[in-house]
Ligand binder design. Structure first.
Ligand code: AMP
Length: 464
């Protein structure tokens, strides 16, 4: 199958060819004709599968071959709205719209918080065909009356599961309520919890359903390894590994924002250029860190799960789990940052005695035992006892003021969402075994289904 057979307009095919894409990915083969046909779509796909082009190419086709519409103010009206959970993902998706649409006359803009609203208002006044937005800032515009959504005919919810995890459901519903009833809806999600199925049931009309292999079944291109180590030796071991193997472009995951800051500082003291990104960092700091990392002037980027979501760097060679994630599925997302597009990558996890249960959960999920390799000089103390895992950043030193969000024990205790982490069967159909949910680590603040669970998720900033 080649791109030319998918029914896309010539200017779009030309842009795709210029980017060097020759063969559409499996999700593209299925999604592009479905979206071109105009119906709704429910797609199970994660970052790295080519999902962005899977919806963006046919959307650009539909917009560029359909009549341009004007809004009440006489400007080009917004016909496509794409919602994403994070600023980084929004920026990347909009960049894709620009690249794939460069030979069309379509105009797009990205809209997220943490930056001034006035330039966005200016862009909206001048008129755009397509908007990529995070929900919080979009709502700000709606509340201020600076955006007219009355002509939206295509809506995409990208990484819908992450949006729900981040507490955006109410914001999404407010947005949906203001859109024209007659429109095409596309929902992309890596996982299918009950919440996502509810959302899909309410949103989608007889959707085409597409599912592509989860990365945990396609991780052959990533070599995965565990280095057992004592908790207070992790930083030294990481420095040792980076220096010993001369690693560049290392994406390191920590559990908390404070942990990310502290680690980045310590690595810098060890002579390894490194910056942290997380929800409390200003947008300009995040953008700068990401661009230095992409240019390989920054050796190490330390990130929390939410901040790293959507980072798209081709052929990222090294991912390090400095802390194991609380939720096993996040391990799969993390290592999905490496070994992309056929290149090989390496994912190593530094695992201390506190994390043995988390490691067991991960191995159960990916259905394989990860090889252990003890590094000489870093042998773990066999008599060490497990301690409770710190789930949240401690106050102070956490990188500054509000607006960001704490890393939360996501979906703590929700059995439904765990089983549903398998690829979609059908909306409304059972999402998987009702097995036990990813539990919070032993010190987790929220008991299963406890009142602080959802409430905590929705507290704090909205990641705008
Ligand atoms: P995504 O899953 O949308 O984040 O895309 C992952 C990466 O694959 C991006 O860097 C895209 O530029 C790239 N990509 C998407 N489609 C193709 C394709 N058909 N051939 C080669 N690379 C692609």
């Amino acid at each position: 199958m080649s791109f030319n057979e998918l029914g896309l307009a010539e200017p779009i095919l030309r842009a795709v060819a210029e980017l060097g894409y020759t063969i559409p990915t499996p999700i593209q083969v299925q999604a592009i004709p479905a979206v071109l046909a105009g119906g709704d779509l429910l797609a199970g796909a994660q970052t790295g599968t080519g999902k962005t082009a899977g919806f963006m190419l046919p959307i650009l086709h539909r917009l560029s071959t359909g009549p341009q519409v004007r809004n009440a103010a006489g400007a080009i009206a917004i016909r496509a709205l794409i919602l994403t959970p994070t600023r980084e993902l929004a920026a990347q998706v909009e960049e894709s719209a620009r690249q794939y649409g460069k030979h069309t006359k379509l105009k797009s803009m990205v809209m997220f918080g943490g930056v001034g609203i006035n330039p966005q208002i200016g862009d909206l006044r001048r008129g755009v065909d397509l908007v990529v937005a995070t929900p919080g800032r979009l709502l700000d515009h709606m509340q201020q009356g600076t955006i007219d959504l009355s002509q939206v005919s295509i809506l995409v919810l990208d990484e819908a599961d992450r949006m729900l995890d981040m507490g955006f459901i109410r914001d999404i519903k407010k947005v949906l309520a203001k859109l024209p009833a007659k429109r095409q809806n596309l929902l992309f999600s890596a996982t299918f919890s009950e919440e996502i199925k509810d959302l899909a049931d309410g949103l989608l009309n007889a959707p085409a359903m597409i599912e592509v292999a989860r990365r945990n079944t396609t991780a052959e291109t990533v070599s995965q390894k565990v280095h057992p180590v004592d908790r207070d030796k992790k930083r030294e071991l990481l420095t040792h590994l980076i220096k010993e193997h001369n690693w560049f472009q290392v994406l390191v995951f920590t559990r908390t924002k404070h942990g990310a800051n502290r680690l980045a500082e310590q690595l810098s003291k060890d002579g390894i250029t490194s910056l942290a990104i997380h929800g409390n960092k200003s947008q300009s700091a995040r953008t700068r860190a990401l661009s230095e990392f992409k240019d390989a002037t920054l050796q190490v980027l330390v990130a929390t799960d939410i901040a790293a979501r959507g980072i798209d760097i081709d052929q990222l060679p090294h991912v390090v789990n400095y802390d194991l994630p609380n939720v096993a599925e996040d391990y799969v997302h993390r290592i999905g940052r490496t070994g992309r597009a056929g290149s090989t990558g390496e994912a190593v996890s530094l695992v201390c005695v506190d994390e043995h249960e988390l490691l067991a959960d991960i191995e159960k999920l990916i259905k394989r035992k990860l090889p252990r390799e003890v590094i000489a000089g870093f042998e773990p103390d066999p008599t060490a006892r497990a301690q409770p895992i710190q789930l949240r950043s401690q106050g102070g030193g956490g990188g500054g003021g509000g607006g960001g969000r704490q890393q939360q024990p996501k979906r703590a205790g929700s059995g439904a969402s765990n089983g549903a982490r398998r690829a979609p069967a059908a909306p409304g159909a059972g999402g998987g075994q009702p097995g036990r949910g990813p539990r919070p680590a032993r010190s987790g603040p929220a008991p299963a289904g406890g009142p602080s669970n959802g409430a905590a998720r929705r507290s704090g900033g909205r990641g705008r």
